[in-house]
Structure formats: C-alpha cells, structure tokens
Design a protein around this ligand. Structure first.
Ligand code: AVI
Length: 324
C-alpha cells in the first residue's frame, strides 16, 4: 500500500478488522467483570489524547524516561554496537526512538511497529524528511500477533528491539512473559532488548499520574466507548460512565475502569448488554515492577538483564537485556 507524498510503503499492514474488534468487545462485555482490551484505546483521537497525557505534569513516565535516555545514550549506543536492525514495538509518535536514531553507529534499518495506521504513516513521513538516509520499514500490526518482518537491504549484525514507555506494564504477567519470549525469538541469539519498565512507588504518585487534574486520562479512557459507538454502531451514553483509576497494591498494578453511573443498557450487534449502577468495565492494567520481579520474568523468557539505568528517585528504569 503506497503512502502518498513520501513514496514510503507500509511494509506490512495488518490493521485488525471490524470483525475481530466486535468479537473482542462482545466477549469482554459478557464477562462477569466486564472488560475491554486496552490496545483499542489508540484510534486517531486516542493516540492524540495519549500524546497529551505524555505532556502532563502528573504523568512522569515520558519525562523521566527521556532524562534517563539523555543521560546514558552514549553508554547505550556502545552496548548496542554498530550495524543493528532496530525494531520498535508500539512506536506511537516515534519520539523516544530519536535518541537511538541519533546515536547508534551505522544503523542498518529501523522498523516501527504500531497498531495506529494513521499515526504510523504520519511519523514515517516525518522521519523520512529528518533522516533521509535511514531505511525505514513501517509495519502496521498488533505486536502481540505474529507476522513476518521486512528484510533490510544491508546485512545486519544483530537485531535490537526497543520497547519504551513501560508498555510492557499494560500486559498481564503471563502475557508479558510470553511477549518477552516472542521478542527473544525475534532477536535471535546475538540480539538484545532495550526496554522501559516502570517501578513501584508511592501510590499517591501513581494516583495523580492516572487521575490528572485536566481530565485528559478520563477523556482517553472514555474515548474507547466513543470508538465502539462509531466503529461498531453501538450506543454507549458517555455521560453515564465515569473514569476511575486506582493502584491495586496486592496486584502491583494501576487499574483503569469506566463505572456506570446508573442502571442502563447498550445495544451492540442486535444484543443488549446491561449495566447496574456502580458496575465497571475494566479497560486497562498498568503493572509496576521491582527490579527483582522484572529480572525473574525476563530470565524465565530467556533474557539476562545486562544493565539497568534509573532516575535518582528510582521511579523508572531503562533496562538492557541480552539473550541468556
Ligand atoms: C502506554 N501505557 C504504558 C500507558 C500506561 O501508563 O499504562 C497508557 C496510559 N494509560 C493511562 N495513562 C497512560
């Protein structure tokens, strides 16, 4: 599929279709604890709202991660080495990868993988003008599914996967381990993973990060219902659902929910789904790790943690993992 304007191509385009979206929504809303998959947050408006979240004072992750990258990029580039094929899972606006694009030696090619096709096309276009010599192969896909990776033109010494932003935290623990196993197989024996992992901290900090004063996170959460209305012809009344996010210390995760403000029903695919007042739809989990927990999970997936960089308060970590 040709992208007008820049002559770049979406190398692989696996935009999930309406049918699988509908099936997942119906399955989720029929569970005793209703739930929706958080990866559907990222339609065009959702991706834009997430960018605004990343600019919020309360949402510390992007700021701290960028400061860690900035402080240690030379050491990271040394560890990663030259002639690398760089793959980014969930590339979003490709903002974070720029540290690597600017510092890696003789980068062979960059493969951004994202589910948001519009954003992927837009940022690929921007990268093409900023890095005219860089070989970029955008892939539109859900990175949890399997797909063939495009082959770069030049030979590659090793594959390095970049997974920033603690997006790993949005996976439950078993899927997170499976995801790491999948990454290990993509990397091959010489490969490595550079990953951002959010750490356990004062729940009050987490509470403000997911309950910002401006209500952007609430809008981001509610946008999922709007997307379902628009794409699946559903009739959620957004004013009767309220954003609710809290840290669950027992499970080490921030949970986001949408709580029904009254008894109500919605209609989807000729089916009626009822909500009692106070009942919630669980829309996202964001797990927070300590270093040992993450190291154990990585080891179980075949990785060895080679290096960890953290901020002074130890709120966030960037970790360099190699195959064991
Ligand atoms: C993308 N992901 C790591 C974010 C997080 O912190 O779990 C998504 C998000 N949800 C609410 N605010 C940000």
């Amino acid at each position: 599929m040709q992208d007008e304007g820049v002559g770049r191509t979406i190398s692989y385009d696996f935009k999930p279709g309406r049918e699988s979206f509908l099936a997942e929504v119906l399955i989720g809303l029929r569970k005793p604890q209703k739930e929706l998959p958080s990866r559907y947050f990222y339609d065009e408006r959702g991706s834009h709202l997430f960018e605004r979240i990343c600019e919020l004072e309360e949402y510390y992750i992007p700021r701290i991660e960028a400061s860690i990258m900035q402080a240690h990029i030379k050491e990271m580039a040394e560890l990663i080495g030259p002639h690398v094929l760089l793959i980014e899972y969930g590339s979003g606006n490709c903002e974070k990868v720029r540290f690597l694009l600017d510092h890696l030696h003789n980068l062979v090619a960059y493969i951004p993988i994202d589910i948001s096709r519009e954003q992927l096309l837009q940022v690929t276009k921007e990268l093409a003008s900023e890095y005219p010599k860089l070989e970029v192969h955008p892939v539109c896909a859900d990175y949890l599914s399997s797909f063939d990776l495009p082959a770069p033109k030049r030979p590659t010494e090793r594959v390095v996967v970049y997974f920033p932003g603690s997006t790993i935290g949005n996976l439950d623990l078993i899927p997170a381990k499976h995801f790491l196993e999948h990454v290990a197989s993509v990397c091959g024996t010489a490969g490595a993973l550079l990953i951002g992992v959010d750490l356990k901290k004062d729940p009050a900090v987490l509470h403000s990060a997911y309950n910002d004063k401006e209500g952007i996170t609430a809008a981001f959460n509610l946008n999922l219902l709007q997307r379902i209305n628009r794409e699946l012809d559903c009739d959620f009344q957004l004013e009767w659902f309220q954003h609710y996010a809290f840290y669950n210390p027992r499970e080490s995760r921030v949970e986001m929910h949408l709580v029904s403000q009254r008894d109500q029903a919605v209609h989807l695919n000729r089916k009626t789904i009822s909500f009692a007042k106070g009942e919630s739809i669980w829309t996202e989990s964001s797990y927070k790790y300590n270093l040992d927990e993450f190291e154990q999970m990585a080891a179980a997936a075949g990785f060895k943690v080679e290096r960890v960089w953290m901020d002074e308060r130890q709120w966030f970590s960037v970790q360099y993992l190699v195959i064991r």
